[in-house]
Design a protein around this ligand. Structure first.
Ligand code: HSE
Length: 433
């Protein structure tokens, strides 16, 4: 039986999972592939820790380049993470004509356009299913299953850490710090959790999905990004009273010939499927012209779920090697010369409904002055609620708007926050039905 030789860079959680899965499912994989996957070498800075693998120690090295340069190896699995050294390894592997599987969303989102161009020149396959939403097969779905569909919009809960934190605050009243610490202990937070909680990790994943969905170059820089650090328990409770859950959503939508690309906390109806996606679970919804809505739900992080996506890519590339049909599927769905010149809609132009909470002095005339400013900016108020709580100075005043333009709401908030009767900054959460 043919053997496909693999080199792994990075023996952290996912690398260990990949080695374990290949060991444990050796027979099953060969029954499906008609070839054996053989891990020839693994590089990691720490090759002393016992990770419970049966791989012999002479296959472990601290020298990543010795893996990439090994002429025996067909496919490099890059699980180093980060952008600097991982990029060097990527470029070296491409130069050597090695196919690559990666889970590195930051690298693909920031440097994918360039790396894919280089890979195409060398006839190298690059697969990155594990880079978005862990085990959920969204890349394959976009690249292959939806080939006959124009995508109209997509949305997702793409960060397990944020979803876990919001779930713990909502269901247990946990503090943000405690919930984040638990996410870190569970191993699904990034080494730098700022990437999770400030929304950047979700933006990396959205940049990749938008490119696959709309045939545009990967555009990370123009995505609007807002994380979950400003979400309070009060806002979560008020949202609940109005029939909404708060989730950190990635939204990619075609609007008037441009792509809306935004990551922010979003109120969604409690009846929406996303509202029941809790803890570290991820979900992606896509609206295809032929399919209508489809939803995929599953573990977005963790050792074996992520390893499952990596192994699926290894099997795909191995099939290409066996059949001699490399680059069968374009890296980003569309042939590179048939991609669309699409730009991202400026956030100012986005329209949606809004939840706004002010801390306002409980005095006559406050409400009419706020309403007046909203009116000046053409913002229609759907409902107003004065809530219990607050302090001797101020009470929470919550307003839900009709559909308004982002630029207008932001201008209105500047004017309202300047009023003596308002304390601090307003809380603003976008609502998607
Ligand atoms: N830190 C990421 C998350 C890991 O929490 O979803 C998977 O990309």
């Amino acid at each position: 039986m043919k053997t496909i030789k693999i080199g792994i860079l990075g023996l952290g959680t996912v690398g260990t999972g990949v080695a374990r899965l290949i060991e444990e499912q050796r027979d099953l994989i060969s029954a499906k592939l008609g070839a054996e996957l053989d891990i020839v070498k693994i590089a990691d800075l720490d090759i002393e820790t016992d990770r419970g693998l049966t791989i012999s120690s002479d296959r472990l090295t601290t020298d990543a380049y010795s893996v990439i340069d090994d002429p025996e190896i067909d496919i490099i699995v890059e699980l180093i993470g980060g952008e600097t050294f991982a990029k060097e390894c990527f470029e070296r592997a491409i130069a050597q004509g090695k196919h690559i599987v990666t889970a590195n969303k930051a690298l693909i989102a920031s440097h994918g356009n360039d790396l894919f161009e280089k890979a195409a020149e060398k006839g190298v396959d690059i697969a990155f299913e594990a880079s978005v939403a862990g085990c959920i097969p969204i890349i394959k779905t976009m690249r292959e299953t939806l080939a006959g569909n124009t995508i109209h919009n997509l949305a997702g809960i793409l960060n397990g850490t944020c979803n876990y934190i919001l779930t713990k605050i909502t269901t247990e009243g946990a503090s943000f710090e405690d919930a984040l610490a638990q996410a870190q202990e569970s191993g699904f937070a990034e080494a730098d959790p700022t990437l999770d909680i400030e929304g950047f990790d979700t933006a990396h994943k959205l940049a990749i999905l938008n490119s696959l969905a709309y045939g545009m170059k990967i555009n990370l820089d123009d995505i609007y990004v807002e994380g979950i650090t400003q979400i309070t328990l009060d806002d979560i409770r008020f949202a609940d009273e109005f029939g909404y859950s708060i989730k950190l959503l990635a939204i990619g939508k075609m609007t008037n010939g441009a792509v809306e690309a935004r990551v922010h906390p979003t109120m969604i109806p409690k009846t929406h499927l996303f509202a029941s996606v809790n803890n570290s679970v991820n979900a992606v919804g896509v609206h295809g012209s032929a399919t209508g809505d489809i939803f995929l739900v599953g573990h977005g992080a963790g050792m074996l779920p992520t390893a499952s996506a990596v192994v699926s890519d290894l099997v795909d590339i191995s099939r290409n090697l066996i059949s001699g049909s490399g680059q069968r599927v374009p890296y980003l769905s569309f042939l590179s010369h048939r991609m669309n010149e699409l730009s991202i809609l400026p956030m100012d132009e986005v329209t949606c409904r809004y939840y706004v909470r002010f801390m306002a002095m409980d005095k006559p005339g406050v409400l009419s002055r706020i309403s007046g400013i909203f009116g000046e900016y053409n913002i229609s108020i759907r409902s107003v609620h004065q809530k219990d709580g607050g302090d001797e100075c101020c009470v929470p005043l919550v307003m839900l708007t009709s559909i308004a333009r982002e630029k207008d709401i932001q201008q209105a908030l500047i004017d309202i926050e300047a009023m003596q009767l308002i304390k601090g900054k307003a809380a603003l959460i976008r609502i998607e039905e």
